[in-house]
Design a protein around this ligand. Structure first.
Ligand code: ADP
Length: 306
């Protein structure tokens, strides 16, 4: 099974104690790609983005290769580099971010993508993009993304969308509302969080959120809500999966991304929506007990083996 993730991977700085910062590489759709591949190694996982040719861009590429995430479809330019962000966590483990990404090659993903890459995407089973993928693209690049998604839809590729609303990335809320609504209309599978709807569309009641998503045409909806139950809609019926709350949350960065990656890997591997949700929640629960978006590979493998 083949799946592509379109988005941005940045250099990540997180607290390492004694005033030190640890540097890694992360970004919402990239995190999902890594957790999917680590958990379901039989899947062919590709990351699609734009990258520089400088040494930090190369280090990002090497890091993806070490994770066995395919990088062949990534476009490169010597004019730009990768973005940077720093994670700040409060005593409850809730995170906030500062970004430096104006010079990021990922903002030019579509113009850096060649025809072979577009062709390769059309032969995939699934392609995922997010509200962050949309937000970082300047308008002409976003238009090119919609055109690409049209082609993928025609080629029967299943499109997956997570809203991941980050107000700081958008020029204004109206622009975010319009683009996210369009993203929802493209998606076959929606993996949003409850907060996305309250912040962006002032929708707080479950039936209203589900009706909004269904109106867009998605046939599979997985609505995350932190430690609270996950609401599912698929095969024309709604149900819920209970979450076991983690007692000591260290850093919630990438909880939703890890969830998305494992959920999609499980679905591509033939598990039901409920089974996929249970596996995804177990992974997300593990990830939030560790600092940074992507936990140490050997610790993660020990967890998967249990
Ligand atoms: P996002 O990172 O998109 O805001 P959520 O906060 O909704 O995502 O969390 C995504 C998933 O991570 C949840 O559905 C759940 O499975 C898991 N999760 C998040 N917070 C907790 C928690 N405190 N205890 C256990 N699981 C959690």
């Amino acid at each position: 099974m083949k799946i592509g993730f379109i988005g941005e991977c940045m250099a990540e700085l997180s607290q390492a104690g004694d005033g030190l910062l640890r540097q890694a590489f992360a970004g919402d759709t990239y995190n999902s790609a890594v957790y999917l591949k680590r958990t379901f190694s039989q899947c062919d996982v590709q990351f699609i983005s734009g990258l520089g040719t400088d040494s930090i861009s190369q280090a990002m590429l090497d890091s993806a290769t070490a994770e066995q995430v395919g990088t062949e479809l990534i476009g490169r330019t010597d004019k730009l580099t990768i973005g940077l962000y720093q994670i700040h966590t409060d005593p409850q483990g809730e995170r906030s971010f500062t970004y430096w990404r104006s010079n990021s090659a990922a903002r030019q993903t579509l113009s850096l993508m060649n025809e072979d890459a577009k062709h390769a995407l059309c032969s995939m089973d699934m392609v995922m993009f997010s509200g962050i993928t949309l937000a970082i693209l300047p308008p002409p690049e976003r238009e090119a993304l919609w055109a690409l998604l049209d082609n993928l839809k025609q080629a029967n590729v299943k499109l997956v969308f997570d809203i991941n609303y980050r107000p700081a990335l958008w020029t204004n809320r109206t622009e975010a509302q319009q683009s996210v609504k369009r993203g929802i209309e493209y998606a076959d599978i929606l993996l949003p969080g409850v907060e996305d709807f309250s912040q962006l569309f002032e929708l707080t009641k479950l039936p209203d959120i589900m009706a909004f998503c269904q109106a867009g045409g998605a046939t599979e909806i997985v609505l995350k809500n932190g430690a609270q139950e996950v609401h599912l809609y698929g095969d024309d019926s709604a149900r819920t999966v209970t979450i076991e709350p983690v007692k000591k949350v260290v850093d919630t960065t990438s909880a939703g991304d890890a969830f998305n990656g494992v959920y999609l890997g499980a679905r591509l591997s033939g598990f039901t929506m409920e089974q996929a949700t249970q596996q995804a929640a177990a992974c997300a629960g593990f990830v939030i007990q560790h600092r940074g978006a992507i936990v140490d590979a050997s610790q993660y493998q020990t967890f998967v083996a249990q």
